[in-house]
Design a binder for this molecule. Structure first.
Ligand SMILES: NC(=O)c1ccc[n+]([C@@H]2O[C@H](COP(=O)([O-])OP(=O)(O)OC[C@H]3O[C@@H](n4cnc5c(N)ncnc54)[C@H](O)[C@@H]3O)[C@@H](O)[C@H]2O)c1
Length: 385
């Protein structure tokens, strides 16, 4: 009798193979934000006498910053003497008061002058100060004519003095962190920068700014053109498109809405200014690069907070300080450091001319409705001011 063989199932070796581990996605992991030198810096030992020419509204912030930093302001000058007297009383009671800027320039013990008039009044003062051999910090917007700006820069070079522009936004804590992060290569090559501001600028009504036709795209926006100039590094803008409009509820005279699109080689940027926002105002900056992204925006009631996104995760630096007055500490501190170290200031007039070229191109585009190549519009036409 044939034996039946019991069929047994072939033995299987049970493998408890784990599924292959997915590469860790670190993008959503919180990381320590990179530490960057975003705070204003002081010279090591150079503490020259400083003269302030013009004591208008904004100079309270200049002097608040200088006093906090321990800078030596020894002369205060304004055509309206009372304004200089008021600043003296509040900030530097030992300073001398002048109504004629030439008396400040004639003082050999003053090496640095800070000139804070409006641009039209400022141009002859800048020239006289450089001719007198002073290191100069100019308020913004720097000049009304790019060629005149170049002439002043050549004069400063000939005189061997440093020439900087008070683009204090560069040291606003969030902007300073953003530009330092980009300069350190933390987000790779920047290909997109979108900066927008939505706020209420109607306060200019009845003040000299109310008479500036391009109060928004020129006087105000120069800080953002300047920021873009810092963020885009060596990339040169090819074309600028801009438009402007009146807002239905605006109180101020100049048009309160402006927007700008900028073309670069392998990059694009935009600036938006909504200057008639009464509720929920805010500012936001979005910068994308090949290796990361930077965002700054208000969080809750706090001022602009920065988030940096990289392949290793995202980080939120705890930033100290405020644009007003720390930005003003940053600009004067950098000028003083550049004098002490015998180098070009980071906020040099030379670098700022590139920001102005973008700004002038945008104004020309808004006026004509056509795209404009930066650098081709050298000055604001009389009808555009
Ligand atoms: N964030 C910033 O950096 C910021 C903010 C506001 C204003 N600003 C800029 O600062 C400049 C001044 O603004 P403001 O608000 O102080 O203006 P303002 O009108 O309050 O003051 C201008 C002052 O300049 C004085 N002045 C004019 N010619 C003079 C001369 N030859 N000698 C001495 N004094 C002279 C006037 O008497 C006046 O007191 C503008 O260019 C403006 O765009 C910058």
């Amino acid at each position: 009798m044939a034996r039946t063989t019991k069929k047994t199932a072939p033995k299987t070796t049970r493998t408890t193979k784990k599924p292959a581990a997915k590469p860790k996605d670190l993008r959503n992991r919180k990381m320590a934000a990179p530490r960057l030198p975003y705070l204003p810096q002081d010279p090591k030992s150079y503490k020259p006498n400083i003269g302030l020419i013009a004591c208008g509204g904004i100079t309270a912030t200049h002097l608040r910053a200088y006093k906090k930093a321990g800078y030596k302001v020894v002369a205060l000058c304004d055509l309206i003497e009372q304004r200089a007297q008021d600043r003296r009383k509040e900030f530097y009671p030992k300073a001398d008061v002048y109504v004629d800027y030439r008396d400040v320039l004639a003082r050999d013990d003053i090496e640095v002058v800070d000139i804070a008039t409006h641009p039209k009044d400022r141009e002859p003062l800048l020239e006289a100060a450089l001719r007198a051999g002073k290191h100069v910090l100019s308020q913004k917007p720097f000049v009304l004519d790019l060629d005149f700006g170049k002439k002043l820069i050549r004069l400063a070079d000939r005189k061997g003095v440093k020439f900087a522009v008070n683009q204090n936004g560069r040291w606003a804590p969030h902007f300073s962190y953003l530009r330092n992060a980009v300069a350190a290569g933390l987000v790779g090559e920047v290909f997109a920068a979108h900066l927008s501001v939505h706020w209420n600028h109607n306060w200019v009504k009845g003040r000299p700014f109310d008479k500036i036709r391009h109060c928004i795209l020129y006087d105000f926006a120069i800080h953002w053109f300047d920021m873009l100039n810092c963020l885009m590094g060596s990339k040169k803008a090819r074309k600028v498109y801009a438009s402007w409009a009146r807002s239905p509820g605006q109180v101020a005279t100049p048009k309160m809405l402006g927007q700008v699109g900028i073309e670069y080689d392998k990059a694009q940027a935009s600036l938006t200014f909504d200057a008639d926002v009464r509720y929920g105002g805010q500012a936001r900056n979005y910068i994308a690069g090949t290796a990361g992204t930077l965002i700054s925006q208000p969080e809750g009631d706090e001022q602009e907070q920065v988030t940096i996104y990289t392949p290793k995760g995202f980080g939120k630096p705890r930033l100290r300080g405020q644009w007003f007055p720390d930005g003003f500490h940053g600009t004067m501190g950098e000028l003083l450091r550049s004098i002490e170290q015998g180098r070009e200031p980071y906020n040099s007039a030379r670098h700022n001319l590139e920001s102005l070229a973008l700004c002038f191109a945008a104004i020309a585009s808004a006026e004509t409705g056509k795209p404009v190549k930066p650098g081709t519009v050298k000055r604001l036409e009389p009808g555009w001011m």
